[in-house]
Write a protein of this length. Structure first.
Length: 96
């Protein structure tokens, strides 16, 4: 599949990044974690932006993520990059 990495969200903004597993006419099925124990989630294709590489999706997310509630501590850019390694460890193992 071309451009299998993505950021996804809704009318409120970006939610996170993931891997596109399946496409149908009106849905893009996204996996949130490599070892996800529950089913993949369908998203409206108009709320999914595709990328060739996971790093591209992560950097886009960092640049365009919505502000957090002031009661929460925002993740730093490096924490988000580290989080991506935890979500899809084999992707980064293949690069090393």
């Amino acid at each position: 599949m071309e451009k299998e990495w993505c950021v996804y969200g809704d009318f409120l903004g970006l939610r996170s990044f993931g891997k596109i597993i399946q496409e149908q006419e009106n849905s893009v099925w996204v996996r949130y974690w490599e070892d996800q124990q529950y089913g993949n989630t369908p998203w409206d294709p108009s709320f999914v932006k595709r990328f060739d590489k996971l790093e591209e999706a992560v950097e886009y997310y960092i640049k365009h993520r919505p502000p957090v509630d002031i009661r929460e501590r925002d993740m730093t850019d490096n924490e988000i990059r580290y989080f991506a390694r935890g979500k899809f460890p084999s992707y980064f193992t293949e690069l090393e």
